[in-house]
Structures are given as structure tokens and as C-alpha cells.
Ligand binder design. Sequence first.
Ligand code: KIV
Ligand code: ZN
Length: 512
Amino acid sequence: MTDKLIIFDTTLRDGEQSPGASMTRDEKLRIARQLERLKVDVIEAGFAASSNGDFEAVQTIAKAIKDSTICSLSRANDRDISRAAEALKGANNARIHTFIATSALHMEKKLRMSPDQVLEQAKQSVRFARNLVSEIEFSPEDGYRSDMDFLCRVIETVITEGATTINVPDTVGYAVPELYGNFIKTLRERVPNSDKAIWSVHCHNDLGMAVANSLAGVKIGGARQVECTINGLGERAGNCSLEEIVMAVKTRKDYFKLELGIDTRQIVAASRMVSQTTGFVVQPNKAVVGANAFAHASGIHQDGVLKARDTYEIMRAEDVGWSANKIVLGKLSGRNAFKQRLQDLGVEMQSESEINTAFAKFKELADRKSEIFDEDILALLSEESVLNDNEQFAFVSLSQHSETGERPQAVVVFTVAGQEVRGESDGNGPVDASLKAIESHVKSGAEMVLYSVNAISGSTESQGEVTVRLQNSGRVVNGVGADPDIVVASAKAYLAALNKLQSKADRVAAQG
Ligand code: KIV
Ligand code: ZN
């Protein structure tokens, strides 16, 4: 057993399964580069067999990322495993993560398979995978609710077949810390060849205990890999949050006595990037990465911190990357300074024309806003249309009129497949009128299930970042738009969501 804790990030796979959090290949690559800067040990880049888009994302990330191991999820069948292996071909270090459900409930109701059939399929899958890559992770899905004797048999079998990591998911977030920790401990004690694999924990947050359960799996159970996501992104209430688990293990090294490879100064940048890309806003009081995480409002606390920092602070804000929030560029900044800043932020631009388009957007913004922060640049780039000329819908201009006692009116000009069109409407407020103006032309029929506005850098001078979540024919997508004018930001977010709705939905559900 090593005393290093392996950090396995699954933001791009389990995180992305969260309704509305789907990301494009380029967005995933940008996040993967940030995860590499964060020095994450393993990046689960996607589920290659689930869609062509996911296959391409895993393939692109496998070729681009050199320092982290790249992993693809795969159901326990030869086709999925072959697809994963193919997508991972360019990787320096590749891992296949194969899974099959082992709880009685899942086997009977979902898979309609007997325990013996599941055992055989797990065995054959790992046997097949071991000839394709050197690292094989096996997960008994809904493991925590599985029968202990059966689970021991399955795990012993897959280790014999060559599984190098055994991950025990609490798929539905049902565990409590002590019981989950003891569950892992018992498994490790009872599986005869348990010392031949690294044990991993994967906890969902339905009862708000994903981080606590994961820590118990490490401390009581002896797991040496934690599966987690940036900002705890993930289906339903999300997954174990990377920033919380990492800072808990680092801050309480006296207790956990474990080493980490993570560069914690990259945490806040990763958090912002994921939030801006997916439109999932981070709550202000979120541990480590929330806007208030290091803010001392009460006079007693402020006084204490000024006298001796550690009176109220157990971590230093700069150790998780908060001090990186500096003015970086302004109106007079040139193309080279902009290009350098993009590189520092880990943004890859494929061509000079992409840089020119992004630079033009930056100049437009700098004309309206004197101080441009890193967040502004990332927000600007998270607008799909900046990097992708092939989008169906793109914002051009907007005018609206609102006055007390009168019904607001809006006119929005945008392009549809390159052709300029004009939508006009009234509405309850200027935002409502603008989105109705777009809809009057597009007629998507999509239902809006979320609308939120956030000030990117905290003041009324900052850009407003708007998230719009649309639902149509069972698909849920998020669109993000940013602009100093929140009505314009709203229109951009709405068009971004419409673009996502347009893209093909050929994905297979991971736990389907
Ligand atoms: O939660 C879960 O069970 C999973 C598996 C696919 C590992 O995400
Ligand atoms: Zn999961």
C-alpha cells in the first residue's frame, strides 16, 4: 500500500452526466489542460462508446495530455472496451474503466441478469481489456448496496483476471461515513488477493456526505484513490468534490498522513473554468472555491485575522489560487499580450483566425469595460460562437425599451446559419421580451427550466454571466452568455442553449 492518495477526476465523465452540463470536445480539452496543470493523477475523459462526440473528446484529450493518465469509461462488453482502447491509443498512460452493476436490485430490475451471468461478464470483460491496456479499473456499480459475499467473489475474480484498480461506488449516495469506511475495510480483508489492486472510492452526494464518505473510505477502509469532480459536479446532487477532498487531506495531513500530487494553486482556476463552461454557478458559501470561502465579514473575525491570520483561517487563500484574481488586460493591450494570456490560461486556439476572432471580441469588451480579468476572458471564450463559426445561431445586436408602467419591448438581431434575421416582441421585463423576440423567429418550443444571472467579478461594473437551461424532447442543455449588459448576456445565453439543442443527441446513458 502506498501512502500517496491518487486523485481521479471524473468531471468530464460523471460530472458531464449532470443534466445540462454537456460539453463540446474543445471545452473538454480546455478543462483537461487545466486538470493537467492541477496535476490530477487520472483524468476520466469520457465514455468513448456512448457517442461519436465522446469518442472524439477522449481521443483528443488522450493525444494532448502528457502528464496525467487518461481513462475512458466502458460498460463490461467487448464492443465498449474496444472503442475505449481505440480512443485511448495516443495516450502516454491509458486506463480502461469498466463497470457492471452488482446489487440485487440493479441485476434483477435493470440488467435482468443472474448473479452468475454478471460474474461471468465481469470476468470476460477484464480478460478482454487486459490485452489492450496496462491499467484496468473495475467498478461494481451500486457496489455499496451489493451483497458482501457476492461482491467479494466478483472482485476476487476481476483481480485474478488483471484489474489493477478496484473502485467501489456508492452510486446512489446512500452511505454514511463509518459504514462506508468499514465496508471498504471488510472487502479488503475478505478478498484474498486484495493486495494486488489499488482500492478506490466513488461517492455520490445525495445526502450531502460524498466527501465525508470518501474520507472514511480512505481513513477507515484504506482506499488509496478517490474519484471526484471539480465543484462536485455530477448527476443529481453531484459527486465528491475535488477541492474539498484535496484540501481536507492537505490541511489535516496530521490526521490522514497521505501525500498528494496536486498543485492546489490551480484549484480556483479549475473551479471557475468548469462553472463558466457548464453554467453551473458555484454557491458563495461553498467550501474552498465559493466567493465567501475566505471572506471575513464580522468585525471580531476581521480583527482576529489582522492580528494573527490563523485565528480564523485554516487554509491560505493564495494556496488554492485566490490571489490569481488580478487585472490582466485593458483597452490598450495588444494581440500578443492577449495571446500570451490565453496561453497562460491554458486556452488552445487552433488557428490564427480563431485568435483574431477572439481578439476582436476582447477589444469590443475592453471598449466597454476598462479592467479585464481572467474571468472575463474565460467567459468570453465560453461563448461557443467565439470559437466556432459553424454555430447555427449567433448574436448580432439588441435594442430594448423599458420604462416604469410600460410593457418592455425588444428587438434582437441574430444570424441563423449565417443569415441575419430580426425578432421582435414585448414581455414581462426586458429579458423576457428579448428571449421572446428570439423565440418568435426560432420557434424551438423549448421549455426554460432555469435562468440565472451572476456578476463575474463581483461589482455592478463587472460582466453579467447568464445561464439559461432549456429542455426539449427529453434533452436538457445549458447555455452561457456574458456581457456587461445582462439583457444582451441573456440573449447570448439563450442562443447558446439553442445551439446545443441543435447538436445531435446520440449518447448512451452510462448507467442506463
Ligand atoms: O456512480 C457510479 O456507479 C458510476 C460508475 C459508472 C463508476 O459512476
Ligand atoms: Zn458515479
